[in-house]
Design a protein around this ligand. Structure first.
Ligand code: HEM
Length: 534
């Protein structure tokens, strides 16, 4: 038995490679030589890397280094071999692909044709019924949805600023879509409002005509929310059912749809906080919604907006990869430069900072903290209010005052305003520093033009936003300035997100770059739902 096993091992070692390959694979490997045109197209696709001179940041050594982070993407054996082979035959040595080649036995590279790679990639997409890029119409619809969310955020701000938010005292997700149709309906709605703390304590002399105005603000805000929900969910179902989206985008759509529904719940949860019975008592705080819930509502809207926008922009980027793989490969190599990593990190940190500033602004709005200290940069006699006012024991609810610091930071209007000033000033300075960073040293020479333009755009946005904030404060929160300031915060967040988007190429996009750059086949149609086959 032992001698039989040893004999079998020897025989296996001597057997030809073909003995271990399936017939189909063997059949494909016999197609061998790729047409010259394909080789040259493959070479062109990555010519950016092979053309760089050694004096540039993308010199041979740098290109070798920058290829490192993307190694995993180039690991797919068949396409890796094909691409390497094309590049090798074309006589190029300084490319991402040729680096991968060094780990590949020469014998194997000589027998795998581009067709094998394309079949390998198309067979992988055959496994899933989803295409490898989403259609352009999905991207346009997502960006339009984001614009609609932008609009509802501003409208929601106006609803708050005109003190209309508590005019509808019930939550009827379906039947509430219809406004009161006759005088009887209006009287019934007004009667419900008259039973609310806001009417009793702040608006005891309000007439029906005045009530109709604030009711319209709140009703239209809620209707807009319903429209966003329907105009998102229905097309999303269609796009997924018709496979107009990638699997990844389908999951994103599901997440966004869930978030929209969640936002409706938060919206009512926020309104309910302004209708509590305790608010009737004269000693209680003025009837208004909880600043925490307002902040949660605003934050969810900002996340929803960002998610829609980023998903839409990512689809457009993937379509650009399909349209021009060579340019995408060039950009991928630039973005992989290690020298750009600190800049990318700085932009990520800035995004977090802007979002935190937004949250602190929502607290200012929720507490009406913009109606005190209406000067800048002073706050009373100094740059900050007196210490005792900032850390007031009145806000603490625990006997040992262990919650003193955070309760004051989130509930004391003086400190909340100071927090917002500090965060806003930090955001402003951080953006100026980022701009300087983008224009000096190695970063200046390596940063893609689009990122430089993005940085300039963010500088303009923060200048505008800070000016609006100061004006809102000095003029004691007039509706038009406060609403514009709110819109400005979303515009600033957009600027920072777009900048971050221009500095990143996720793995899924890199896979597309690899796939289309290696094919050397005619360019696929943008927006086509089906992965083209050879
Ligand atoms: C630089 C970045 C800034 C960002 C991202 C930002 C963001 C925000 C946001 C999101 C709100 C809430 C708006 C609402 O819900 O209606 C807000 C409110 C406010 N911000 Fe800013 N802000 C910035 C700068 C400033 C500056 C420099 C000041 C003035 C010192 C300022 C003063 C105010 C005031 C007074 C409010 C309350 C307005 C209201 O009651 O509606 N902000 N901010």
């Amino acid at each position: 038995m032992a001698s039989f096993q040893a004999g079998l091992r020897r025989a296996l070692a001597q057997a030809p490679r073909s003995a271990f390959s399936c017939r189909q694979c063997l059949h494909k490997t016999q197609q061998i030589a790729p047409p010259a045109s394909l080789i040259s197209r493959s070479r062109n696709a990555f010519s950016t890397t092979s053309r760089v001179s050694s004096s540039q940041p993308g010199s041979a050594a740098t290109v070798q280094r920058l290829a490192m982070p993307y190694r995993s993407v180039y690991r797919t054996p068949a396409s890796l071999l094909t691409f390497s082979q094309s590049i090798k035959r074309a006589g190029s040595s300084n490319t991402v692909a040729s680096r991968s080649l060094s780990t590949t036995p020469a014998k194997e590279t000589a027998v795998v044709a581009p067709e094998a790679a394309s079949e390998s990639s198309s067979s992988s997409s055959e496994v899933s019924s989803f295409p490898d890029t989403s259609s352009k119409s999905v991207a346009i619809w997502l960006i339009a949805s984001a614009v609609s969310v932008f609009g509802i955020v501003v409208w929601g701000g106006l609803t708050r600023l005109t003190e209309s938010g508590l005019s509808i005292t019930e939550w009827k997700p379906v039947t509430g879509a219809l406004p009161p149709r006759n005088e009887e309906d209006w009287e019934a709605e007004f009667a419900k409002y008259r039973a609310s703390p806001e009417y009793a304590r702040l608006n005891p002399n309000m007439t029906l005509e005045e009530f109709k105005k604030i009711y319209f603000m709140e009703w239209s805000h809620r209707l807009w929310g319903r429209v966003i929900g329907m105009s998102f969910v229905l097309p999303a179902i269609y796009f997924v059912a018709r496979r107009r989206v990638t699997k990844r985008v389908a999951w994103n759509l599901l997440g966004i749809a869930g978030l929209i529904g969640f936002q409706g719940v938060i919206g009512w949860w926020m309104v309910a906080s302004g209708l509590r019975d305790e608010l009737f008592s004269p000693g209680a705080q003025p009837p208004r919604v909880s600043q925490y819930r307002l902040t949660a509502h605003l934050a969810t809207a900002f996340v929803c907006y960002s998610w829609m926008l980023m998903t839409g922009l990512s689809i457009l980027r993937d379509l650009r990869v399909r349209a021009d793989p060579a340019a995408a490969a060039k950009l991928a190599n630039t973005l992989a430069l290690p020298a750009l990593r600190p800049f990318r990190l700085a932009v990520t940190a800035l995004t977090v900072l802007v979002f935190t500033t937004v949250l602190s602004g929502a607290l200012v709005a929720g507490l009406d903290a913009g109606l005190i200290y209406n000067e800048f940069p002073m706050m009373g006699n100094g740059l900050t209010p007196p210490h005792a006012e900032l850390w007031d024991a009145h806000y603490s609810r625990k006997p040992d005052h262990s919650d003193l610091w955070w309760r004051n930071m989130l509930e004391n209007p003086s400190l909340v305003q100071l927090d917002h000033r500090i965060l806003a000033t930090t955001t402003f300075c951080a953006i100026m520093a980022l701009f300087a960073f983008s224009r000096t040293g190695r970063i200046a020479s390596m940063l893609p033009k689009s990122a430089k333009r993005g940085t300039t755009g963010v500088v303009h946005l923060v200048l505008m936003q800070a000016t609006l904030g100061i004006c809102t404060l000095i003029y004691m929160v007039p509706t038009h300035l406060a609403a514009t300031h709110q819109a400005g915060s979303l515009a600033l967040l957009t600027g920072v997100l777009v900048l971050g988007h221009r500095l990143r190429m996720p793995k899924s996009t890199l896979r597309l770059v690899q796939k289309y750059a290696t094919k050397g086949s005619p360019q696929p149609n943008i927006g086509s739902r089906v992965t083209p086959k050879q």
